[in-house]
Design a protein around this ligand. Structure first.
Ligand SMILES: [Zn+2]
Length: 332
């Protein structure tokens, strides 16, 4: 390949070669592999300027994996799940916002800090920390956060615990939209869509379109749910268990609705609890609103017919999983 060499300034051929480098991370030797260009004119090696080589980014990733430590993105997700800012969570932990910001941006976290953050994945631990550090947050803000976290802490309910720990949908693949299954997000998507009451078959389509549209635009699904082809359209796997759980825990109400002259009875689901919107990223919120807006005024039959035209539905048969690769052809 012809390149301008940043060392001799000549336009010459350059060869890409693999290099190994031993890095020292906290006293441990970590081997990192990387690629450099070797210039034929001057014989010097240089690094591609577009994909800047940061050996420590690779070395830290290997180190984190080896020691089972949180990835920067996971640290960020823990904080975002509760709707906390960096300075709020840093303040609660007593580290300050700058430390947390450095961790989220790739600095290797202290092992003790890593353990503290891992504990905070459990809502009841976050609840405890906030109620034990009354000085860290203003009262109004604290109450606002506690409302949401208490709802997340309802995971102590046996059915939700069971689903989280034993749910079979944990594998990350093109069938999960390259995301691990997130029960909290799925439940709160349902609460968001059911605010004014929605038929069961319609909820499933809304979820399908939200996850697939997000995949189409951002290359990952929202909830990590897997979808299957059923007679009435695409549905999230085990959807009946999730809906039953929500009804059982009084987060959602279900009523039979009669359609006069149509000889048809449907089950309408209506949210009792408000959704926790801080769980979602900006792009996810945008897609949820788009789906709701798009299908406003559609009857259950119309949205069902619409979903039957999707390539992902047409090219699968009853009971088969639908790959997120079909999101590319989504008609929404
Ligand atoms: Zn050169």
């Amino acid at each position: 390949m012809k390149e301008i060499c940043p060392i001799c300034d000549k336009k010459s051929r350059a060869k890409l070669i693999k290099k190994k480098e031993a890095m020292n991370v906290r006293g441990e030797r970590i081997n990192v592999e990387y690629e450099v260009f070797k210039c034929y004119a001057c014989g010097e090696e240089y690094i591609d300027t577009e994909t800047e080589y940061e050996p420590f980014v690779y070395a830290y990733a290997i180190y984190r994996k080896k020691h089972n430590m949180l990835h920067p993105q996971e640290i960020k997700e823990i904080r975002r799940k509760y709707g906390l800012t960096q300075s709020e969570l840093g303040g609660l932990l007593g580290w300050g916002g700058a430390t947390l910001s450095r961790y989220e941006n790739g600095a290797l976290q202290d092992k003790a800090h890593d353990n503290q953050l891992k504990l905070l994945r459990e809502p009841r631990n976050m609840l405890k920390m906030i109620t034990e550090n009354l000085d860290a947050l203003r009262e109004q803000r604290r109450n606002q956060l506690l409302t949401n976290i208490k709802k997340l802490a309802k995971d102590e309910y046996p059915i939700k615990r069971f689903l989280k720990e034993w749910g079979t949908e944990r594998e990350i693949s093109v069938y999960s939209g390259y995301k691990s299954f997130d029960l909290d997000k799925l439940i709160n998507c349902i609460l968001y869509f059911c605010k004014d009451g929605l038929l069961k078959t319609v909820i499933n389509k809304y979820l399908f379109y939200a996850d697939f549209q997000h995949f189409k635009e951002y290359q990952t699904s929202i909830t990590g749910a897997r979808y299957v082809h059923l007679t009435y359209g695409p549905v999230p796997m085990n959807y009946d268990i999730y809906l039953a759980t929500l009804v059982n825990e009084r987060e959602i109400d279900v009523n039979e609705v009669f359609y006069e002259g149509k000889d048809f009875v449907g089950e309408e689901y209506k949210a009792i609890e408000a959704p926790i919107l801080t769980l979602f990223s900006d792009s996810e919120l945008k897609i949820l609103a788009t789906v709701k807006e798009h299908f406003k005024g559609y009857s259950a039959k119309a949205i069902s017919d619409f979903s039957h035209e999707e390539k992902g539905y047409q090219e699968t048969t009853k009971g088969q999983p639908i790959s997120y690769e079909y999101a590319e052809t989504l008609r929404m």
